[in-house]
Design a protein around this ligand. Structure first.
Ligand SMILES: NC(=O)c1ccc[n+]([C@@H]2O[C@H](COP(=O)([O-])OP(=O)(O)OC[C@H]3O[C@@H](n4cnc5c(N)ncnc54)[C@H](OP(=O)(O)O)[C@@H]3O)[C@@H](O)[C@H]2O)c1
Length: 286
């Protein structure tokens, strides 16, 4: 396995660090060119993975009030990394987002990698601006993921998020299971693939499907109220409407990378999620 230097010590940075053997995790400011260069000279990686960026706390609405910080990290920082990696002859994989697409796609099957996006929120604009620039770099893979679903509970995990909301919107999306994401990124790095990839599982998932599986496998007593998508902003639950979209992952398949069908991957993930919670409970009791 290539030695991967991961920038960004947040949720996904740590997931990759745990799962990519021999990887090194760095929290240096990616806008600081000298600091980035020093890290690359120290670690001497075969490849770089950018997971750094402003995603907003408690959620992405934070970016609406902090556009400078958002563009500084998500756009300028990513460009600094791409330029330094290009100069050093190192392959860069950049974590991008599918939430640059809003609503129905021109092709009824789903948004394609080369479709022009229609981002509305500040976060989405900062991510798409980066994609437009980085797609011109010959040493960069842009990996767009959607709504990570993980077997470990956590605030960024869609299972944990939806199961904690009293009101949930009833929408259909492409989504990404984290185990499959890590595996796909590992292969992208090994193949030194470049260009844009939609790293989403096969098929689509409704929030209702996820919650039905949660009730079946994790907590039979769980309930929530279902609301329409436009009620999210109308009821003051979010500042800006969220992106809901379906993505094609054609380019991934073209280079021989298969993502598991979402119904298979989701069930597997939910079983592991339940096991994790049960183990935690047992550990607390002993
Ligand atoms: N999680 C998702 O739902 C999702 C979906 C699609 C795409 N993505 C993309 O995947 C990447 C990682 O997401 P995540 O969920 O792991 O987010 P996260 O938990 O917020 O992690 C991002 C990390 O990057 C750090 N950071 C921000 N600006 C930086 C800078 N200039 N230099 C170095 N580090 C910086 C953040 O630190 P501070 O907190 O101190 O700012 C944080 O530790 C992001 O680019 C995101 O756009 C995520």
């Amino acid at each position: 396995m290539a030695k991967v230097l991961i920038f960004g010590a947040g949720y996904l940075g740590n997931q990759f660090h745990e799962r990519l053997l021999g990887s090194v995790l760095s929290s240096v400011d990616i806008v600081d060119r000298d600091a980035v260069l020093t890290e690359i000279e120290r670690v001497k990686p075969d490849a770089v993975l950018n997971t750094a960026g402003k995603t907003g706390r408690p959620n992405v609405d934070w970016c609406e009030d902090h556009p400078h910080e958002t563009f500084r990290s998500n756009t300028i920082g990513a460009l600094v990394l791409a330029e330094v990696c290009a100069h050093a002859g190192i392959h860069l994989t950049h974590l991008a987002s599918g939430c640059i697409f809003y609503g129905p796609s021109p092709d009824p099957v789903g948004w394609r990698e080369d479709d022009f996006a229609n981002p509305s929120a500040t976060y989405s604009r900062s991510k798409y601006a980066t994609d437009l620039a980085l797609s011109l770099f010959p040493n960069v893979a842009i990996a767009r993921l959607r709504m990570p679903i993980d077997s470990k509970p956590g605030q960024r995990n869609l299972i944990t998020k939806l199961s904690h909301y009293p009101k949930v919107i009833d929408v259909e999306n492409s989504v990404t299971v984290v185990d499959d994401l890590v595996d796909a990124i590992r292969q992208i790095i090994e193949k030194r693939a470049t260009g844009i990839f939609h790293v989403v599982n096969e098929g689509t998932m409704k929030h209702r499907d996820l919650m039905a599986l949660y009730t079946e496998i994790v907590d039979p007593a769980h309930t929530c109220e279902w609301i329409e998508n436009d009620e999210l902003v109308g009821q003051g639950l979010a500042t800006r409407g969220r992106s809901n979209c379906i993505l094609q992952n054609t380019r991934l398949k073209e280079i021989g990378i298969e993502m598991r069908p979402i119904d298979v991957a989701l069930r597997d993930c939910m079983v592991q999620y339940a096991d994790y919670l049960n183990n935690e409970k047992n550990n607390l009791e002993t």
